[in-house]
Design a protein around this ligand. Structure first.
Ligand SMILES: Nc1ncnc2c1ncn2[C@@H]1O[C@H](COP(=O)(O)OP(=O)(O)OP(=O)(O)O)[C@@H](O)[C@H]1O
Length: 221
């Protein structure tokens, strides 16, 4: 089983009638990194939401790491999501907690011991280059640093798949390039990654696979 993500003829129709994905079949192989691009409204976020079980497909199958998501019941969703690294444009950090506590959150929820948490949080902060910032509060960090805290939190529990929706949407080109390099390194360390982005120039420079959506249809992939 080499696919980490498999979509089989997936249709997503929102209440109200909008068809956001119209018969999408795609595969992301274990260890692969790919960029999801396409015009605004093409269906990128919808595709990500189906993987994150934030939405369910109207028809078709979504199979993640060998699990058909149709078989994941509502009460099992938090546990399912624990092994995904979800990264968003607006970082979703807790501003009343330190960098360390933000990154530690998934491990605290999972009930790990203090020593284990400290070791893993520091390893994740080291990966994103923020080891010296662990006692700071997010508000004192730049946008790029805040996004790196979000990435550290997403990778701290060793996800098998990182899903990033517009991770550089609020960053200038230099910081965006930094964040993309960070994803490249995480991928080289073995994590499968899918990144939805409008930053076509960056994607082209990096030379990874592009999955292109156009009005809910797949162009390539
Ligand atoms: N909850 C919803 N209810 C109804 N329609 C929705 C909902 N979410 C998205 N849509 C519609 O589905 C289509 C695809 O939206 P989606 O957010 O997946 O696109 P996108 O490619 O991520 O766009 P963007 O690049 O602007 O974020 C759009 O027409 C959008 O208006």
């Amino acid at each position: 089983m080499t696919d980490i993500v498999a979509f089989k003829n997936v249709i997503k129709r929102y209440p109200g009638g909008k068809i956001a994905l119209d018969g999408v079949s795609l595969h992301l192989r274990r260890g692969e990194m790919a960029f999801l691009t396409g015009h605004s409204g093409a269906g990128k976020s919808t595709l990500m939401k189906l993987i994150g079980l934030i939405e369910r497909p109207t028809r078709g199958q979504v199979i993640i790491n060998g699990t058909n998501l149709a078989n994941v019941r509502r009460r099992q969703i938090p546990r399912y999501r624990q092994r995904l690294g979800l990264i968003f444009q607006n970082y979703n950090l807790l501003f009343d907690r330190t960098v360390f506590d933000n990154v530690a959150l998934p491990l605290v929820i999972r009930g790990l011991g203090h020593a284990d948490i400290a070791r893993r949080v520091r390893a994740a902060l080291d990966t994103v280059g923020l080891l010296t910032h662990e006692r700071k509060f997010p508000v004192t960090l730049s946008g790029g640093e805040q996004q790196r805290v979000g990435i550290a939190r997403a990778v701290v529990d060793r996800p098998y798949l990182i899903l990033a929706d517009e991770p550089t949407g609020n960053l200038d080109p230099a910081l965006s390039a930094d964040i993309m390099r960070l994803f490249t390194r995480l991928n080289e360390a073995g994590t499968s990654i899918m990144i939805a982005t409008h930053a076509i120039d960056l994607v082209e420079r990096l030379g990874y696979r592009r999955i292109v959506l156009d009005h809910g249809h797949l162009e390539d992939g």
